[in-house]
Design a protein around this ligand. Structure first.
Ligand code: CIR
Length: 258
């Protein structure tokens, strides 16, 4: 059974870290409604939902993807690059332990955020970013090898995380808004999308992608490629440099697309 881990937003969401955007007012109640809509999109398609302990004192805790990377049956707990986010990891570890999932860890002095890891088949792209460093990547390479996966490091300078700039359609085509992609050539198949908020998709299954409601022309592009598109409003999270990928950790059945 496929499952997502999610963490409900902190009432202090507005105080989250910002790297590339100007700080804007955030409506915490709207954020909570948007979060429920996001979770429902998975639940409606048969995904099990596991809620990780809320952490009201961590404004960025809702971006739970940054705390763990799934490599098949192995969960790699991360060492987030931003000091303010390091206290988020233990509660994710506790949720994984309850589910009986094997874990490993990225340890200091290495740092790695889950948002920097894009998996396509057995290839694991990792962004060398302001949050993920060479030591974190070295540790990921070693852990990925235990699950038969190869790591390719790519530079990330224009956005916060690798997956703020690129994600992948169910067929493995990498998509991104070109002005924000450092090296489109790093990917075997790259499809430019026309809007910044169109860069992030989560494959709900082989035919369906979940994306932000803030990219209608990109939604049309995906529909023209015979994909079913579920668009959810996530404006309050986008103000904090979040996107659809970072609001959950997907624990997929073997054989499912990344
Ligand atoms: C941060 O800067 O850490 C948060 N404000 C946003 C994290 C978004 N996470 C992601 O894209 N994986």
């Amino acid at each position: 059974m496929s499952r997502i881990l999610v963490r409900r937003p902190s009432p202090r969401l507005a105080d989250g870290e910002l790297a590339h955007l100007e700080r804007r007012p955030v409506d915490a109640q709207l954020a909570l409604r948007q979060w429920h809509g996001y979770v429902a999109a998975f639940a409606d398609r048969g995904w099990q939902v596991t809620e990780v302990t809320p952490l009201d004192e961590h404004p960025d805790g809702v971006f739970v993807e940054d705390t763990v990377v799934m490599l098949g049956d192995l969960a790699v707990l991360t060492a987030p690059g931003a000091p303010s986010r390091r206290g988020e990891v233990e509660s994710t570890a506790a949720a994984l332990a309850q589910l009986g999932i094997e874990t490993a860890r990225i340890t200091e002095p290495g740092h790695l955020d889950g948002g920097d890891v894009l998996k396509i088949g057995t290839t694991v792209y990792v962004g060398r970013s302001a949050r993920t460093d060479d030591e974190g990547i070295r540790q990921l390479v070693r852990l990925a090898a235990t699950r038969g996966r190869q790591v390719i490091a790519v530079p990330v300078r224009k956005v916060l995380h690798l997956k703020s700039g690129v994600t992948a359609l169910p067929d493995g085509t990498v998509i991104g808004y070109e002005p924000l992609v450092d090296e489109p050539d790093a990917f075997e198949k790259f499809l430019p999308v026309p809007e910044e908020h169109g860069t992030a998709v989560v494959a709900l299954d082989d035919e369906t992608v979940l994306m932000s409601a803030g990219a209608p022309r990109t939604a049309e592009l995906f529909a023209s490629r015979d994909l079913d598109v579920i668009a959810v409003p996530i404006s309050e999270f986008e103000k904090l440099e979040g996107c659809v990928t970072c609001l959950s950790v997907r624990i997929r059945q073997p054989g499912q697309s990344p």
